[in-house]
Design a binder for this molecule. Structure first.
Ligand code: CTP
Length: 417
């Protein structure tokens, strides 16, 4: 979608990712937006204001008290803006936005503004996980602020975790999606309000050497549809995504992983806090026993190498066993089964073997590509055929089953530990 004619204020705050804000500005302009930039003092230390002057043709606002400006610059900027994008948004500025503090050009402009505010957090993962930040983010979300990211990856400190700013193109996609006209939100459809749901999506890639891997054809579309529909129905969603070419959904915590072991670690770290987990990912059952440190070379005359595989953990079965060991019904567990024969019978076996609540069984011929699917929802209470439906409609049917399952257990809307 084009942003033709839209007035966008880009708020840049003092995280290392500030250098990527120049790329965000350039992409906004490329999509037809008019861009004005506001920067905090710290941001000006990390990226030169002149960069933004060069890109947008207008000097950024870096000082609320600039004597050369006749009016109140934050008021004028907010009046001009159709949307404000804060990228990167530090923990500090998120706290200021949540509490209505207005001591810098970015937060002062945001406080004058009642339109679309999109925030792209970037910080060390410990700051992101701190209860203070969690509470501030919840305040912003409750007020209608949109968030994109942060995502999992290498952080400025060298540590790894959820805290990296979403990539500029993902921020642009989130902005265009947020600005797209949508049907008025039907409050009655917020039936997953307060539910904490994790969805895994896409394939896993199992490395052979620094450039090669074993993978599969999973597109990730089913898992993404589940994450987006759950978000629209009020759930707090974490999407653990293997390598797929889809843009990050907005207002969803996105954790990027590559291998089955990384996926398992990301899910295990969160499982205590969740009401439901849907394993829509096509997790590789096997991985190479060893990952060659250097690229494997062919040498003339040699036979083809033999690659020895070892089993990956079955993440879903592990979750089922963990839950059974605690004699708990939380989180509600959903698996997928792709079969070529005996769809329902195989799914029923999987339900028992993996100790889960629901298995979504689909035929291999429809499971991977395309926007449609045809499935059976297999639970202990019965089998429901879905007929031929779009992946978003199937996502809703699965979420209905989760909602009903949680309600039966009395955990829908229950206070969370
Ligand atoms: N799954 C998982 N970890 C694995 C493999 C699969 O969590 N290592 C999950 C998938 O995300 C899916 C479900 O288990 O939700 C079913 O996986 P599938 O590969 O269809 O079944 P398997 O258990 O591998 O059984 P089989 O290969 O016999 O069909």
């Amino acid at each position: 979608m084009s942003l033709g004619g839209k007035h966008i204020v880009l708020g840049v705050t003092g995280g290392i990712a500030a250098y990527k804000a120049a790329y965000v500005a350039r992409e906004l302009l490329a999509r037809g937006a008019e861009v004005r930039v506001a920067m905090t003092h710290t941001a000006t230390k990390l990226v030169g204001p002149l960069t933004f002057t060069g890109l947008t043709g207008t000097p950024p606002v870096t000082d609320l008290w600039d004597p050369s400006y006749a009016g109140e610059v934050h008021v004028d900027l907010a009046r001009w803006a159709d949307a404000i994008v804060v990228a990167p948004a530090t923990a500090n500025v998120i706290a200021r936005l949540a509490h209505g503090l207005a001591e810098d050009p970015v937060s002062a402009t945001a406080l004058c503004f009642d339109g679309l505010l999109l925030v792209a957090p970037a910080m060390h993962h410990r700051m992101w996980q701190h209860p203070a930040t969690t509470a501030n983010v919840a305040t912003l979300r409750a007020r209608g602020t949109h968030l994109v990211g942060p995502v999992f990856g290498k952080l400025a400190s060298g540590d790894e975790g959820v805290g990296r700013m979403s990539e500029p193109l993902a921020i642009l996609d989130a902005l265009t999606a947020s600005l797209a006209p949508t049907a008025p939100r039907d409050l009655a459809s917020l039936d997953l309000e307060g539910v904490r749901l994790l969805v895994s999506a896409g394939p896993t890639f199992e490395a052979l050497d620094p450039v090669r891997f074993l993978g599969n054809r999973s597109s990730g579309r089913m898992g993404f549809a589940l994450a987006e529909r759950a978000r629209d129905r009020g759930a707090r969603v974490t999407l653990v995504r293997g390598p797929v070419a889809l843009p990050d959904p907005r207002d969803v915590e996105v954790v990027n992983v590559r291998s089955a072991l990384e996926m398992e670690a990301a899910i295990t770290a969160r499982r205590e806090q969740l009401d439901a987990i849907v394993m829509a990912a096509a997790v590789a059952d096997f991985r190479p026993r060893e990952i060659a440190a250097d690229k494997i070379k062919k040498s003339d005359g040699d036979d083809a190498p033999t690659i020895e595989l070892v089993r990956n953990p079955d993440i879903l079965a592990g979750l089922g066993a963990w839950r059974a060991s605690r004699a708990s019904e939380r989180p509600y567990l959903v698996g997928f089964a792709v079969e070529t024969t005996d769809l329902v019978a195989s799914a029923q076996k999987k339900l028992e073997r993996k100790k889960v609540d629901l298995v979504v069984a689909n035929h291999a011929s429809v499971a991977f590509e395309g926007d449609d699917n045809e499935a059976f929802l297999v639970a202990r209470t019965g089998v429901t055929p879905t007929g031929h439906v779009a992946k978003t409609a199937l996502a809703d049917r699965i979420l209905d089953a989760i909602r009903d399952g949680l309600a039966t257990r009395g955990s829908l809307g229950a206070p969370k530990s």
